[in-house]
Design a protein around this ligand. Structure first.
Ligand code: GTP
Ligand code: MG
Ligand code: ZN
Length: 340
């Protein structure tokens, strides 16, 4: 197969992202197995990167495709080149798929999640907050990338709205079409580091991958235009893939998502809405919903203009959705735990 977009040159394991976290999972009898990192998956066929270069593997009949995702580390038997097992993940970006209770791993072992949005009709605080909750929950650091600044005369407004989405959030304005983007993102793209790009279709994710990969890239990612009237993209990218960044590090390109549902992300949501969560202990009632109760510290903060009323509404909506999508905890022997 020649149509995979990944580098085929040999790479030292450490610069592929291998670390003690993975080494420590290897059992003594697994010393001969070769560690490889998944670069792309097509049904049961998988491309992996190893010290010896790029390798094509087939998932065995007993392997479940859903157990593997781009960025995963696997152990491969040296003689037969068959997949032995997947190693535990250091971080994972998991999302709920429509109409399902199960979580789908979209990218694994990433250090930074680049959440990409454009300075146009795509910019939507409620959707960006979903990505942020997901990044927080998965143990990755979110960074917000603002693209298409060249198409607006209201850049400052976008920048200030973006930086208010989460306390301490880094916001970087980049033009994915210019090589300068690689310099701006260099702090997160050092050797051995992995970033993943998420965001709507047409915001410039694949354009950025091509810029980060540089002229030496084996095969460029396809890019596509957007509809002028509503800035929506055309879903040019259809599968996830891992690419080598010219200056070091790795980047995972993903298809633009239409919807993003949250489940099992309570801690991620708490981090996202820290300014609301921190006030709750000052409310008169312990189970205050910050909606109508007297003595509510959050309502006071809203009245004083310290918290946007829309932000509180979005916090409530997201928390509710997350609760509805989170299976109740299961006790020993699979019996539901009794809450007293
Ligand atoms: N003017 C301008 N155009 C940009 C910028 N960034 C990306 N584009 C253009 O936006 C279009 C869409 O870019 P893609 O890289 O295909 O978008 P994507 O996020 O990969 O989209 P999907 O693969 O559909 O999810 C391309 O025509 C890019 O050249 C920017 O900062 N300014
Ligand atoms: Mg794309
Ligand atoms: Zn309250």
């Amino acid at each position: 197969m020649t149509d995979h977009p990944t580098a085929s040159q040999p790479v030292p394991l450490a610069s592929l992202g291998w670390s003690d976290f993975f080494e420590d999972q290897r059992e003594p009898h697994e010393a001969d197995f070769a560690p490889m990192r998944i670069a792309s998956i097509h049904r049961s066929r998988l491309t992996a990167l190893s010290e010896a270069g790029s390798v094509e593997l087939t998932l065995g009949v007993r392997a479940i495709a859903g157990d593997f995702t781009v960025g995963d580390w696997i152990l491969v038997a040296p003689q037969t080149q068959t997949l032995h097992r997947r190693l535990g993940r250091r971080t994972v970006m998991e999302r709920r798929t429509e109409g399902s209770q199960t979580l789908q791993a979209a990218a694994a072992n990433i250090d930074t999640l680049f959440i990409v949005t454009s300075c146009n009709a795509d910019f939507n605080p409620a959707r960006l907050e979903r990505y942020l909750a997901l990044a927080n929950q998965g143990g990755t650091t979110p960074v917000l990338l603002l693209t298409k600044a060249d198409t607006t005369d209201d850049l400052e407004n976008y920048q200030s709205q973006a930086s208010q989405l989460q306390r301490g959030l880094e916001v970087v304005t980049v033009n994915p079409r210019l090589s300068d983007a690689a310099n701006r993102l260099a702090p997160w793209c050092g050797t051995g580091r992995t970033v993943a790009l998420v965001g709507s279709s047409g915001v410039g994710k694949s354009t950025l991958v091509n810029t980060l990969a540089g002229p030496g890239q084996a095969l460029a990612q396809q890019t596509g235009g957007i509809r002028e009237h509503d800035a929506k993209g055309r879903h040019t990218t259809t599968f996830r893939s891992l690419h080598r960044i010219a200056a070091g590090g790795w980047v995972i390109d993903t298809p633009g998502m239409r919807t993003l549902h949250l489940g099992g992300a309570a801690e991620g949501i708490e981090t996202l809405f820290a300014e609301i969560v921190e006030l709750a202990p000052s409310c008169r009632y312990r189970d205050c919903t910050h909606a109508y109760e007297p003595g509510c510290a959050v309502s006071v903060a809203v009245a004083e203009g310290k918290i946007e009323p829309e932000r509180l509404i979005r916090w409530r909506k997201l928390s509710e959705e997350n609760r509805n999508n989170t299976p109740t905890s299961v006790g020993p022997r699979g019996r539901p735990r009794v809450h007293r």
